[in-house]
Design a protein around this ligand. Structure first.
Ligand code: AMP
Length: 198
């Protein structure tokens, strides 16, 4: 069991991998993008506001996102771990998350960054455009999402530099899944050894 934070640029495969890992580890897959798209589909006030921001490729405000994540992590199904996909996306979000994840006896926190070169990212998002028709995969929005990633989310790699593991996202879904499960397993073993030795 682990609490996994999955980082990476748009199109790196976070959603696909997070869903698989959640199933394999029996922990919830928490995608803030899915939460916001569900709210938009339901037409709630939050959803309506978020939809305009998402369609512009911008980020929903930190206060709103923190409220969402604080509530979600407090739910009972998160006690044994979870996979965070799409959160944090800014330094203030990461700082607040550190505060939320403070407890000592909880499962280890594993931070993985899925890396992929930009040409491959563009190819993948262009392919996705035909498939699941996310309204924010349109060309112009995608360019904004990359720019926002570079400006606001990429600095997280520096914020987490002592804790993040870089995973090559170029292989097949199965190959990348194998790398991620190995990382989680080794973090869990280390945490157990530390507990036993303490
Ligand atoms: P995703 O499905 O993770 O690519 O998220 C889709 C969109 O939802 C993003 O482009 C943002 O507009 C919004 N979003 C998702 N997660 C966050 C977050 N942690 N902070 C701010 N905006 C977010």
């Amino acid at each position: 069991m682990a609490r996994l934070i999955l980082l990476g640029p748009p199109g790196a495969g976070k959603g696909t991998q997070a869903a698989r890992l959640a199933e394999a580890m029996h922990v919830p897959h928490i995608s803030t993008g899915v939460i916001l798209r569900d709210a938009a589909a339901a037409g709630t006030p939050l959803g309506n506001k978020a939809k305009a921001i998402m369609d512009a490729g911008q980020l929903v405000g930190d206060d709103v996102m923190l409220g969402i994540i604080r509530e979600r992590l407090a739910e009972a199904d998160c006690a044994n771990g979870f996979i965070l996909d799409g959160f944090p996306r800014t330094i203030p979000q990461a700082e607040a998350l550190d505060g939320l994840l403070g407890e000592r006896d909880a499962p280890p926190v594993v931070i993985a960054n899925l890396s992929l070169d930009e040409d491959e990212l563009r190819r993948r998002i262009a392919g996705r455009r035909g498939e699941d028709q996310r309204s924010d995969d349109a060309e112009e929005t995608m360019l904004n999402r990359f720019a926002v990633y570079q400006e606001q989310t990429r600095p997280l790699l520096d914020y987490y530099r002592d804790r993040v593991s870089h995973i090559e996202g170029k292989g097949s879904v199965q190959e990348v899944f194998g790398l991620l499960t190995a990382l989680v397993a080794s973090a869990s073993t280390t945490a157990e050894q530390e507990r036993a030795g303490a």
